[in-house]
Design a protein around this ligand. Structure first.
Ligand code: FPP
Length: 253
C-alpha cells in the first residue's frame, strides 16, 4: 500500500507503509478526535452527521493501526464534560458505540482486535455499556491491537478516584503510606496499559481537554488542522513519521 499527500504547495511528501514499518512504531497511540461539529457545519449538516462520519474514521484508523503493529489505540469517544452538550447530541454520541459494535464487531473479531473501555461506567447508559462490554467480552481472547474506548472519561476524575481508592486501601492496611509512580499508575483506569507514546489531536486545537493527564507526561504530541471526519490513513502515517523523527529523552540528555 502506498499513500501520497502534499504537506505544502511546494513540498510534496510520500510515504509507504513499508518505510514507516522500518522505523519504530509507537506502542500506544492516543487520539483526541476533534472537529466533527465543524465538519458538519461546513456542509450545512447537523452536528450528529459529523459524529457519524467520525465513527467511520475510527474503523479505518483501527484497521491501519492493527496492520502496523500498534499495541494500543485509545480513542476519546466521550468525555465527562460532553454531558454539557444538548441532550439530543449526548444521546446520539452514546448510541454510536452500539452502531460501531453492531456493524464492526465481526470484523474486529476477525482482525484479532481486543476492545477495552476506560471511564466512569456508573453514568454510562445501560444500552451503551452493554454494547461495549459485549465487544470486550467477545474479543477478550484476541491478541492483536487493543482498541481502548475512553467513554465518560475525564483525567482529573480518574486521578481523584485513584487517590480516594489509595486512601481506602491505606486505611484498610492493604497499602503502605508511601506510594510511587508505579503504585499510583496501578490505581488508574489505564492500569493494564503502557503510557501513550504518541498523542494525536485533530482540528487545530492545541490542548489536552482533560485527557490522560497522568499518562501523557512523556508522550510526543502531534497536532493537525485536519478535522476528524477528514482524517485518513495518510494522516496517521504522517503522525507516526513525525514521531519517528523525534528524539525522546525522558528528561535525560
Ligand atoms: C469532538 O468533536 C468529538 C467528540 C466530542 C466525539 C468524538 C466521537 C466520535 C469521533 C465518534 C466515535 C465513536 C465511536 C463509538 C467509534 P466536536 O463535536 O467537539 O467538534 P467541534 O469542535 O468541531 O464542534
Amino acid at each position: 500500500m502506498f499513500w501520497k499527500f502534499k504537506k505544502q504547495k511546494d513540498n510534496s511528501v510520500s510515504f509507504s507503509i513499508d518505510e514507516i514499518m522500518k522505523g519504530q512504531i509507537p506502542n500506544h497511540i492516543a487520539i483526541i478526535m476533534d472537529g466533527n461539529g465543524r465538519w458538519a457545519k461546513k456542509r450545512a449538516l447537523p452536528r450528529t452527521a459529523g459524529h457519524h462520519e467520525g465513527m467511520k474514521v475510527v474503523k479505518r484508523v483501527t484497521k491501519l493501526a492493527n496492520k502496523l503493529g500498534v499495541h494500543t489505540l485509545t480513542v476519546y469517544a466521550f468525555s465527562t464534560e460532553n454531558w454539557k452538550r444538548p441532550r439530543e447530541e449526548v444521546n446520539y454520541l452514546l448510541r454510536l458505540p452500539e452502531e460501531f459494535m453492531g456493524t464492526f464487531l465481526p470484523e474486529l473479531i476477525e482482525e484479532n482486535v481486543q476492545v477495552r473501555i476506560m471511564g466512569n461506567k456508573d453514568a454510562i447508559p445501560a444500552h451503551t455499556l452493554s454494547a461495549v462490554e459485549k465487544a470486550v467480552s467477545e474479543t477478550k481472547q484476541n491478541t492483536g491491537l487493543i482498541l481502548n474506548f475512553a467513554l465518560n472519561y475525564g483525567g482529573r476524575a480518574e486521578i481523584i478516584r485513584a487517590v480516594n481508592q489509595i486512601v481506602i486501601d491505606q486505611n484498610a492496611g492493604k497499602l503502605s503510606a508511601e506510594i510511587n509512580d508505579e503504585i499510583f499508575s496501578g490505581y488508574l483506569m489505564s492500569s493494564s496499559l503502557e503510557d501513550p507514546d504518541l498523542l494525536i489531536r485533530t482540528s487545530g486545537e492545541i490542548r489536552l481537554s482533560n485527557f490522560m493527564l497522568w499518562q501523557l507526561a512523556y508522550t510526543e504530541f502531534w497536532f493537525t488542522d485536519v478535522l476528524w471526519p477528514d482524517f485518513r490513513e495518510e494522516h496517521l502515517l504522517e503522525a507516526i513519521h513525525a514521531f519517528q523523527k523525534r528524539g525522546r529523552r525522558y528528561g535525560g540528555i
